[in-house]
Design a protein around this ligand. Structure first.
Ligand SMILES: [Zn+2]
Length: 248
């Protein structure tokens, strides 16, 4: 039998030799365990906060086309506070923060959505980054400002890529709690933009100032009959007009 399998009393000399390494090992394990417990607590806080947002904040009304995922909570100060693992032992502070969230959420959401809009603008109009914020928002709201998604699996899919609907496009929201909203895949769609400009001109509307809302006020079926000869009509009808026809 090998000597290592034979039990011997722990001597002072053996203990002094292993003590330092044993304490170091225990310390490492303790740090690792603390880290895992903290990670689990953070995950629980994320799930609890997300559930609160979905069940209480999302029903406040007028929430727009996009909601923050837990990966976006850092841009909402109160949501960030609600992720504090210490709240698990402090339910009264958690309730206080939840009340604070309910009273500020809609305003914070509008500010966040505006910041996303500016990110899209700066991404697709890199030469106009210095433009005033109001002017950027006006340009985003133009009827001729139409976007597309550069993701390969998105090509050919029916999608409404006007502002502000584009903010909720699934490639931007990421579709999971760990992925923050990103404008990376958004590009301008000059084909649809030019077509819309031609349609507006044919209706005696100025493409440089007409907003999407003003275009929607017109009956889109009139535009369809005006452009039956257009080679890109089919894509236009599919992308832009076809969904609208259901509302008229
Ligand atoms: Zn996409």
């Amino acid at each position: 039998m090998p000597k290592v399998n034979v039990a011997h009393p722990l001597t002072e000399r053996a203990w002094s030799m292993m003590k330092r390494r044993l304490l170091s090992l225990l310390e490492t394990l303790r740090i690792q365990l603390d880290s895992e417990l903290l990670e689990a607590a953070i995950m629980r806080r994320k799930m609890a906060t997300e559930e609160f947002v979905v069940t209480h904040c999302a029903v406040l009304g007028n929430i727009g086309p996009v909601m923050p995922s837990p990966a976006d909570y850092a841009e909402f100060p109160v949501l960030q506070d609600l992720l504090d693992p210490a709240l698990e032992q402090d339910p009264s502070r958690e309730r206080l923060l939840q009340e604070q969230l309910l009273s500020t959420f809609q305003q914070s959401l509008v500010l966040w959505r505006d910041s996303l809009a500016i990110r899209i603008f700066d991404s697709v109009f890199p030469n106009e980054i210095d433009m005033a914020l109001n002017d950027k928002m006006c340009k985003l709201n133009l009827a001729t400002t139409f976007f597309n998604c550069s993701r390969r699996f998105c090509a050919g899919l029916l999608k409404d890529m006007r502002y502000p609907t584009v903010l909720g496009h699934s490639c931007l929201t990421g579709g999971n709690p760990c992925t923050p909203w990103s404008e990376e895949s958004i590009v301008l769609d000059p084909v649809v933009g030019d077509l819309l400009a031609n349609i507006l001109r044919s209706c005696c509307m100025d493409p440089t100032v007409t907003t999407h809302d003003e275009l929607v006020e017109c009956d889109p079926r009139v535009f369809v009959t005006s452009f039956l000869s257009s080679s890109v009509l089919s894509s236009f009808v599919v992308i832009f007009l076809f969904p609208l026809l259901f509302f008229f």
